[in-house]
Design a protein around this ligand. Structure first.
Ligand code: ZN
Length: 370
């Protein structure tokens, strides 16, 4: 880090030869490459760039290393067989929160600093948790080669991953059944997971949360049941189902599919790239500013949603119902906020948040603009 800051290319080369870890980051999440860029040490940045580019580019929660194999979902027989295979692994979800494990030899203090791992077990250890109806199991997909490489070369090929919903159990029962585990809270718990674990936890959480909230048919109010390995719900009222399948009643199909809520988030910058427009919501922790974000409305494009959000939230009149403050920040301000060194104790969302990533990428891509 120091060599990158000083622009000492000899020292950078020597450290790399000696095996220095370029993936290490400062307390504020910045790599040696980021530091070289910030201090405008172009020669060091050039050396460190290939390593920087090889780092994961996905947003946190959007990388899962999972091939979803959607065609297999409709085949319940395949699903039953696949779950009983030696190549099946299961994560457990309690109220849409994953069960995680830590190294049991660690003290409670050390545990806080350790990365939790998804509690991941074969069929033989979890089969008693699967209901006969199979309506508490969802199929997430099979591991990809890329995931295998990221998980320290573990051979994961052809391994299918399922999630079991164990919300019927009390949390204390779960802990008794699997000592050394705990149900991971959503925030900040999920942000502490590794990137591959976070992706599949997000996939499972989103699906199971949807199942828990949509137990009734939107056409007739009858109960619905899980289908397509967790990616659909169908009505238990046969006449209603027939109507849906034959597209009667005006061709409307109200089969419930997993809920997806598109949102936009944007970094508004000045024409000369010297300023970024950031805002804070009333609900933010004191001192935190972020990029503008909001939901995409029906019939609206992503670009239209961005424009509307900007106008509504920080247009001629700041919407004080949602936004407490919005203003232009200089690049220097944004760097200090990212590094948690701002003199007014202002800061940005954590490193794994999309806003943090947007602003970091902006600073890097425009670092050499005069
Ligand atoms: Zn119905």
């Amino acid at each position: 880090m120091l060599a990158a800051k000083e622009g000492d290319t000899d020292a950078v080369h020597l450290l790399l030869e000696k095996g220095a870890k370029t993936t290490l980051v400062t307390g504020s999440g910045h790599s040696a490459y980021d530091i070289a860029i910030f201090w405008k040490k172009e020669n060091c940045a050039k050396i460190l760039k290939p390593i920087h580019d090889a780092l994961p580019k996905e947003n946190f929660f959007s990388y899962s290393g999972i091939q979803r194999n959607a065609r297999k979902r409709h085949n319940l027989e395949w699903m039953r067989e696949a779950t009983m295979s030696d190549a099946a692994e299961f994560i457990l979800m309690h109220n849409a929160q994953p069960l995680v494990a830590y190294d049991s030899t660690l003290s409670p203090k050390a545990k806080i600093r350790q990365r939790p791992l998804l509690f991941n077990k074969p069929y033989t250890e979890v089969h008693h948790l699967i209901k006969e109806s199979f309506d508490n199991v969802i199929y997430l997909g099979s591991w990809t080669q890329d995931a295998s490489e990221r998980k320290k070369g573990e051979s994961l090929a052809e391994r299918n991953v399922f999630a079991i919903d164990i919300s019927d159990m009390r949390e204390t029962e779960v802990k008794e059944l699997y000592p050394g585990t705990e149900v991971l809270n959503v925030f900040p718990g999920l942000l502490r997971l590794g990137v591959a674990d976070a992706g599949i936890a997000a996939q499972a959480r989103s699906l199971l949360d949807w199942h828990s909230k949509y137990p009734y048919c939107p056409c007739c109010g009858s109960k619905t049941t899980i289908a397509n390995a967790g990616y659909k719900r169908i009505c238990t009222n046969k006449s209603c189902l027939t109507n849906q399948e034959t597209k009667q009643e005006g061709g409307k199909i109200n089969t419930p599919y997993p809920r997806v809520d598109p949102t936009v988030i944007c970094n508004i910058v000045s024409r000369d790239n010297r300023y970024s427009l950031l805002a804070r919501q009333k609900s933010f922790p004191g001192g935190m500013y972020s990029c503008l974000a909001g939901f995409v409305e029906p019939g609206e494009s992503v670009e239209q949603a961005c424009k509307r959000e900007i106008f509504e939230e920080v247009g001629l009149i700041v919407n004080h119902d949602e936004i407490e403050d919005a203003r232009w920040f200089t690049r220097e301000d944004v760097v200090l906020m990212l590094m948690q060194l701002h003199p007014d104790r202002l800061f940005l969302p954590p490193q794994k948040a999309i806003a943090n990533r947007l602003l970091t990428e902006w600073l890097i891509k425009t670092a050499f603009i005069q």
